[in-house]
Design a binder for this molecule. Structure first.
Ligand code: GDP
Ligand code: IMO
Ligand code: MG
Length: 424
């Protein structure tokens, strides 16, 4: 059976973790293709909350294989912390986790350089998660990255780490940051390599076979379209292709083996980190929605910036990802908002446009044009289907679907827990 990709259609934190966990009950394999431990995917089962950074959100379903593709940058320290967190909660990863030998490894110097660069940029900083993501992808493109295949080969690791750290220490010194010792790093990463060895496997062939055998293959994006290095609000983006195209290169998956792209869309918009955000609320209203939606970063705990739904950017996301299915999340967060606005057009330098603008400098100048609707002012969290939603909530969803004419709403989420969801 061809694969389904689930991606974030906004600036991340749309609720991908919840949606992937939900769909994973029918899946045989769930695979991540980009990003690293900058992601924070939350899954709530009853009173238990799991936050996953690297391991795909299918891990809570027994028997589902979880794969980490070549496009992911893996911090082994974060990986082992996550495996241990799951083990404590009674979730076994043994025999279910496969990591590509070509995934790049994040080392402590990547994290140090991430911090040092942000400090250096000062007011112009991106506001990264400081998880070493940018510096690790930089090494990959510069052809000096250290991959899983090197991590599990002690002589290769020693040779490459010695060479890289000598260069990175010079860079750290230039930034005025602390240099790092090589011997202890070789020792600790050699040990981690030994632990990781049994997890290494050919992800591309695994997915190929699964698809041939008619198995259900689910691909999980991290971050969101507007954080994509090519299609996002550059330079305020992450360093990978979080949009659906990244799944092909980040897993070794052919475009012809993908049947659906599901865009996860929060019923409003949030952004964490710096960069333009045309529909952002003023401080007071932003605080109200942040509290209603619990909008604090799952990875860094930073307060998320909140704003109205931006359909212009969503149309851009639909185009670059090929979104044909939508999962609308956090509709319940709007239950007590008297009046709702939805951005349907931009005004840029006096001209109206419904074309998604991603250049940060242009986007900074954009004036959003809104349609205004009455809020439904009632509790949606108990709704079991579309018909049970208040009329005005139905109208809000229909408005989104009509605007994004190529995509149909498949899932509506009205609370954190698995049960607070219905399919269309
Ligand atoms: P992800 O990175 O896309 O997986 O999203 P995050 O986990 O970072 O952020 C989404 C937050 O919203 C998490 O705390 C989820 O538990 C929560 N959430 C997801 N869907 C819903 C929903 O429909 N309603 C409410 N109230 N919370 C939700
Ligand atoms: P999930 O998968 C929201 C943001 C950071 C920063 C920019 C670059 O949970 O949706 P990076 O550390 O990647 O170099 O930071 O990207 N960012 C996210 N924002 N959700 C995420 O992941 C994010 N991952 C990175 O805040 O603005
Ligand atoms: Mg998140």
């Amino acid at each position: 059976m061809p694969a389904r990709i689930v991606i974030g259609a906004q600036w991340g934190d749309e609720g991908k973790g919840k949606i992937v966990d939900l769909l994973a009950s029918q899946a045989d394999v769930v695979a991540r293709y980009q990003g690293g431990a900058n992601a924070g995917h939350t899954i709530c089962h009853g009173d238990t909350k799991y936050i996953l950074h690297l391991i795909p959100s299918g891990i809570l379903h027994d028997g589902v294989i979880c794969a980490i593709g070549n496009g992911v940058v893996v911090d082994p320290v974060a990986l082992f912390e996550e495996i241990e967190m799951l083990a404590k909660a009674g979730v076994t990863t043994a025999g279910r986790l496969v990591i590509s030998p070509h995934a790049h490894v994040i080392f402590p110097y990547h994290k140090q350089l991430d911090k040092a660069k942000e400090n250096y940029l000062g007011q112009n900083q991106v506001g990264t998660t400081q998880r070493g993501i940018g510096p690790a992808y930089l090494d990959k493109i510069d052809r000096c990255g250290i991959r899983m295949i090197d991590l599990i080969d002690s002589s290769s690791l020693k040779e490459k780490l010695t060479q890289n750290l000598a260069e990175k220490n010079k860079m750290l010194k230039t930034f005025g940051a602390d240099e790092l010792p090589v011997e202890s790093m070789i020792e600790s990463f050699t040990r981690m390599g030994e632990r990781i060895k049994p997890l290494i496997g050919d992800v591309s062939t695994l997915l190929y076979k699964m698809i041939k055998e008619d198995k259900e293959v689910l691909i999980e994006g991290a971050q969101g379209t507007l954080l994509d290095i090519d299609h996002g609000t550059y330079p305020f983006v992450t360093s990978s292709n979080s949009s659906s195209g990244g799944a092909c290169t980040g897993l070794g998956l052919s475009p012809t083996s993908i049947s659906h792209v599901m865009g996860v869309v929060k019923a409003y918009t949030t952004r964490v980190g710096n960069g333009p955000f045309p529909t952002e609320f003023d401080e007071q209203f932003g605080k109200r929605v942040r509290e209603l939606g619990g909008e604090f970063g799952a990875t860094t705990g930073r307060p998320r910036r909140c704003g109205w739904l931006d359909l212009v950017q969503l149309k851009h996301a639909m185009i670059v990802n090929g979104i044909d299915e939508l999962a609308i999340t956090k509709l319940d967060v709007l239950d007590t908002i008297e009046q709702l606005k939805v951005c349907t057009e931009y005004k840029l330098d006096g001209r109206k446009t419904d074309h998604g603008i991603t250049d940060a400098k242009q986007l900074q100048r954009v004036e959003p044009i809104y349609d205004t609707m009455d809020g439904w002012m009632s509790d949606t969290t108990g709704s079991k289907n579309f018909a049970e939603l208040p009329q005005k909530a139905q109208a809000y969803l229909k408005f989104i679907e009509d605007y994004l004419s190529d995509a149909k709403i498949k899932i509506v989420s009205i609370g954190q827990e698995r049960e607070r969801t219905f399919m269309m």
